[in-house]
Design a protein around this ligand. Structure first.
Ligand code: SAM
Length: 418
């Protein structure tokens, strides 16, 4: 494609994304669906450029105050992720000069806000949690894209065998450092055409997500509920850990999300999963199962800020008000789900948020109002599975950070019903 045409497309894509009226990944997918003529390299350049702008929006908006042309074109030039000579061949002489000037700016001398590219309401609590020194490594990790992790379906194959099959397809996969089921891949090869993927031997799943299933500890023959199952990433991991026995209920209020579980379930070979749409956390179905369940995972609706490497738009689409609303929901969902457990049963509350407000504070308030539950240290549970619990926890809780663990940000708290 001609450089001018590709730069125009990047400009148009940014125009759509910067409205922030839908998640970036769905905007990008819809944009590509309408332009089937685009090849893989062009798609890669467009998507990476757009995500780079979302990641460094404050810095690029600052630079874009100078220059000419539409704001989105200036941002596309600043965030360009293809070859520089290709980009430059699309630029007029003024744009060339402007880009050279901007590239020469010493970024380390810029104000903090232009270096961390976070809204104030988010930067402040993160600094508070991590301290000034560790805040910057987090910022660096959020500026990069995430690796691609796979969970090997042990019902169908072994981790070594899956890695060998990937190697035969020219894909280098290494065991993940903590999850016993994980493989990590560099880059983003198209996996969904591989036979091992359509056969259900592997699923794409961040190592952190896999560890939530490890913490739930579902066993053969048990009654287990995945309370916020969504498209079932964790359901599939739980079902495999149960060796396709017992009963695993996959609840969610969103029928649409549960629909996305169905093809994954078909690939997985699992027959112990019962997906069901519930109306809310006080649904009749929950009442009927109260006191009967061995393990409940509450993968709560949250701000998703732990996934900023993959979803950098969230820092611009979330707000303190939205987080407050989520906190109320999280408390209600956790309290509703807790009623399911039988004595001795295990409850896991998890989020993919980095914020203490959605994590430690929710766990603490649950503990205060639910004396019938005893806290279980996450490190102890991980160590039973021969995983380095100390490295992954803070106090009683699992606390995963992109810069420390190369996973998305995750939190989990565990209790046992007395
Ligand atoms: C973090 S997502 C779950 C992701 C999923 N567990 C996975 O691994 O792919 C949170 C889910 O909670 C669901 N949800 C929101 N309110 C709920 C409620 N009151 N009861 C059950 N699920 C709820 C949302 O529809 C969403 O799918």
């Amino acid at each position: 494609m001609h450089p001018n045409a590709l730069l125009d497309l990047a400009t148009e894509l940014l125009r759509q994304l910067l409205k922030f009226d839908a998640p970036a990944d769905s905007v990008v997918s819809a944009f590509f669906r309408q332009r089937r003529e685009l090849g893989p390299r062009e798609r890669h350049t467009l998507a990476e450029t757009a995500y780079n702008v979302l990641r460094q929006r404050l810095l690029f908006q600052h630079f874009a105050q100078s220059g000419s042309g539409s704001l989105e074109r200036r941002l596309a030039i600043l965030g360009w992720q293809g070859s520089e000579s290709f980009l430059r061949s699309a630029l007029g002489p003024h744009e060339q000069q402007w880009l050279t000037q901007v590239q020469a700016v010493d970024r380390s001398a810029l104000p903090e806000k232009l270096r961390h590219n976070l809204p104030d309401w988010l930067a402040a609590p993160l600094k508070q949690s991590l301290g000034d020194e560790e805040f910057w490594p987090l910022v660096d990790s959020l500026a990069r894209s995430a690796p691609l992790d796979l969970r090997v379906n042990l019902l169908k194959t072994k981790r070594d065998a899956a890695a060998e099959e990937l190697a035969r397809a020219g894909i280098d996969a290494k065991p993940t450092p903590y999850s016993p089921w994980g493989l990590r891949i560099d880059g983003k090869p198209a996996l969904n055409k591989l036979e091992m993927f359509t056969r259900g031997d592997v699923e794409v799943q961040d190592e952190g997500s896999q560890l939530l299933a490890v913490l739930t500890g579902a066993k053969r023959g048990e009654m287990v509920v995945d309370f916020c199952a969504g498209a079932g990433g964790k359901t599939l991991a739980l079902g495999a850990a149960m060796r396709n026995t017992g009963r695993l209920y996959a609840f969610d209020v969103s029928g649409h999300r549960l629909d996305n579980l169905k093809p994954r379930l078909a690939r997985s070979g699992l027959s112990n999963v019962y997906p069901a749409q519930i109306v809310h956390e006080r649904d009749e179905r929950i009442k009927r199962l109260a006191g009967k369940i061995d393990r409940v995972l509450v993968d709560a609706p949250c701000s998703g800020l732990g996934t900023l490497r993959r979803n950098p738009d969230l820092k611009w689409r979330q707000s303190p008000q939205a987080v407050e609303e989520l906190r109320a929901k999280q408390q209600a969902v956790l309290a509703g789900a807790a009623r399911l457990l039988k004595p001795g049963g295990r409850l896991v509350y998890a989020t993919c948020s980095l914020l203490e407000g959605e994590n430690e504070r929710i766990a603490e308030s649950f503990a205060e109002t639910h004396p019938e539950f005893t806290a279980v240290p996450a490190a102890a549970v991980l160590e039973q599975g021969k995983i380095d619990g100390q490295a992954l926890t803070s106090g009683d809780f699992l606390r995963l950070w992109p810069h420390r663990h190369a996973t998305d940000g995750f939190f989990a708290a565990i209790w046992e019903r007395k």
